[in-house]
Design a protein around this ligand. Structure first.
Ligand code: DGY
Length: 310
């Protein structure tokens, strides 16, 4: 029987010309009709799992790999990983946080500018053979609240500052020497800004952006999400967009992707994007290279980069 170095649980969305820079023997588990069954029969002796931010790493999968040392994740988000199961076994988790910062921040800016200037609604009008120019607000001078001033949030702040936006943020605690105004809670942040951007990790037990936070953004406000669908109460978001208590939203992420709630389709005040924050050739190549490099380093006993720590 072939001795595998790693199982890969999902295909990596990389350019067609991409060749993995590794001579590891990798089992494409996603090609199996019964992946869990395959793992239970063959998982012993395999030290690495290559995972993908959009696919769950379950306790059952981990249990079926008694020699697992590393889960190397393609992507920054690890909200679908069973962290407790990894910790119990002492399995290391790596991800790719630096590979996609700029591209996800660019996507936040694209959604924000598109949401403020109603680019999606304009596109739909022109395609329908109509022509009208309702007035929008000017971006310069609007206030932007960033929920999660981490790597991506900080890059959004840097870019938005160049657009003349007035920036504030909320994190679990204030960042010393930050040039931006700190808000004590998500609702306090939402109350004081024109645009609220979510740049926090997913995976919390309750959505941080509750109905109260959504109402606080207000009827003239815009909500932008490049984080995860799970960070916002999606049903409250839809209600608020339908009844006008929230002005508009621009969203790259949703609950239940790719089967998103059909209520979104009927709304003209929403800009919809199919989770494309990191979908550039350059980011995806960096993400894949780093993921395979961590796998190879683990198998060779070398040190790893970007170990995930909660
Ligand atoms: C990530 O890396 O978590 C992104 O959401 C994937 O596009």
């Amino acid at each position: 029987m072939t001795k595998y170095d790693a199982v890969q649980i999902a295909a990596f969305p990389v350019p067609e010309s991409y060749t993995a820079p590794t001579d590891l023997v990798i089992k494409a588990l996603f090609e199996e009709s019964n992946p869990q069954g395959w793992l239970e029969a063959n998982g012993a002796g395999i030290p690495v799992m290559l995972s993908h931010s959009g696919v769950a790493v379950t306790a059952d999968m981990i249990a079926a790999m008694p020699d697992l040392m590393l889960v190397a994740n393609f992507g920054v988000g690890v909200d679908l990983v069973d962290h407790a199961a990894l910790e119990r076994r002492g399995v290391v988790l790596t991800h790719t946080p630096d590979a996609l910062t700029d591209d996800v921040a660019d996507m936040a800016m694209a959604l924000m500018l598109g949401g403020i200037r109603r680019i999606g609604a304009g596109d739909r009008l022109v395609r329908a053979g109509r022509w009208s120019t309702p007035l929008t607000r000017s971006v310069r001078g609007l206030s932007l609240g960033i929920l999660g001033l981490g790597r991506i949030g900080s890059e959004i702040a840097r870019l938005a500052a160049a657009f003349g936006m007035d920036i504030s943020y909320h994190n679990r605690s204030a960042i010393a020497d930050s040039p931006y105004q700190y808000a004590n809670s998500p609702v306090e942040l939402a109350r004081t800004v024109d645009v609220l951007v979510a740049a926090i990790p997913g995976g919390g037990s309750e959505p941080l952006i509750s109905d109260i936070v959504i109402e606080a953004i207000g009827p003239d406000g815009l909500f932008v999400n490049i984080a995860r669908g799970s960070v916002v109460d999606e049903s409250a978001l839809l209600d608020a967009l339908e009844n006008g208590s929230l002005g508009a939203a621009a969203l790259d992420v949703f609950m239940n992707e790719p089967k998103i709630d059909p209520r979104f389709m009927a709304l003209d005040n929403v800009l919809l994007s199919p989770h494309r924050g990191s979908a550039t050739e350059e980011a995806r190549i960096r993400m894949a290279n780093e993921t395979y490099a961590n796998a190879a380093n683990c198998v060779a006993g070398r040190s790893l980069v970007d170990i995930y720590r909660q």
